[in-house]
Design a binder for this molecule. Structure first.
Ligand code: ACO
Length: 323
């Protein structure tokens, strides 16, 4: 009966800020349209030669420092990304090598925008099962590399970045509010795989391809799928929306997040929102939002934190943590 307890959190954003106004130089769009439809005001974009692994390593180092844990004490790295440095090896092994770790296991998980929830649920199971002791769970993305910069309906929505959590297997200590991951729910439905996809890959075109999305169709499914999976997860933990201290969803779009919060009856102040500054960083958005809300003092030890995401596949899921 081990539990996965959060020890540290860290994030990294590239230096370069691209505002909505900047985008009007290359596509027919406006700050008003983007803010009204998405809540996004600016995003970070990687520099030439800056890779997903570089961002992941920096986020991991900051999370380890926050946890006051040495890299050599990590025996599992699960990295969520849809924009790996290479087709293979996994970006996780580059992170492992750069951190000087030679033991344990490191691998990537690919569930697009739900990647971080899938990665954290995976690591949680290994820790609870006693197979590994301390894990780095990372979400890192360079979506700017797979965007069609001439398609205004997608290129305004995404940004780059990375975030990481350090979690540790601990025995329950009998406290009234035991810390750790309390419940998880993961879902996929491949019938929707053509609603949000990349039009290339090793076995099909031999190229990397570009992101394509049926935005209104994704939007149509998002709020109901997200709400269902959240309620299922709360039920497993015998909790209700009223128990949630912080709602930290995948940051795709302000309207989706407001809609989900409203459906759950959550107060606006409980919702952690970073989409205005980061845009949609896919698998990196949740750990970046966690980093933001921990750094500014909102999330504190003992708080009940609800994570949720939906993305290409479709994939979706939710996870409850007593911080
Ligand atoms: N600037 C100005 N106009 C634009 C832009 C732009 N950047 N992009 C599209 N338009 C135009 C369209 O061409 C269209 O014009 P038309 O009416 O003359 O044909 C008009 O705006 C409306 O387009 P819609 O796509 O219907 O706009 P909608 O209100 O649905 O908003 C959006 C689009 C923001 C993509 C919305 O559908 C959405 O948020 N969908 C969810 C998608 C999402 O967040 N995906 C992220 C990945 S999945 C995930 O993480 C959950």
């Amino acid at each position: 009966n081990l539990r996965s307890v959060v020890r540290g959190v860290g994030g990294y954003l590239p230096d370069r800020i691209v505002t909505n106004e900047d985008l009007t130089a290359t596509v027919d769009t406006s700050d008003e349209w983007i803010v009204a439809r998405t809540g996004i005001r600016e995003r970070r974009i990687v520099a030439d030669g800056e890779l997903t692994s570089h961002m992941a390593i920096e986020a991991a180092k900051r999370a380890l420092e926050h946890a006051q844990i040495d890299a050599e004490d990590i025996d599992l790295i699960v990295l969520a990304t849809s924009t790996p440095d290479q087709t293979f090896p996994a970006t996780a092994v580059t992170v492992q090598a750069e951190l000087g770790i030679t033991e344990g296991a490191a691998f990537d998980v690919q569930a697009v925008c739900s990647g971080f929830v899938f990665a954290l649920a995976t690591a949680d199971n290994y820790l609870k099962g006693g197979q590994f002791k301390r894990a780095l769970v990372i979400g890192a993305e360079a979506f700017s590399r797979i965007l069609d910069w001439e398609d205004r309906s997608t290129c305004v929505l995404f940004g780059d970045g990375a975030g990481a959590l350090v979690i540790e297997a601990q025995k329950p200590n009998g406290a009234l509010l035991e810390r750790g991951v309390l419940a998880t729910t993961l879902r996929s439905d491949g019938r929707y795989r053509d609603k949000l996809y990349v039009d290339g890959g090793p076995s099909s075109t031999g190229t990397v391809g570009h992101l394509r999305m049926d935005g209104p169709e994704v939007f149509r499914h998002a709020v109901t799928k997200i709400s269902d999976v959240i309620l299922e997860t709360l039920q497993k933990a015998e909790l209700t929306p009223a128990d949630i201290d912080w709602f930290v969803p995948h940051q795709a779009n302000k309207r989706i997040l407001d809609g989900a919060a409203r459906r759950l009856g959550l107060e606006r102040e409980r919702l952690v929102m970073t989409v205005d500054k980061h845009a949609n960083t896919s698998a990196a958005s949740i750990p970046l939002a966690l980093m933001t809300a921990c750094t500014d003092g909102r999330i504190k030890e003992g708080d009940l934190v609800l994570l949720e995401a939906m993305g290409g596949g479709f994939t979706w899921g939710a996870l409850l943590i007593r911080w």
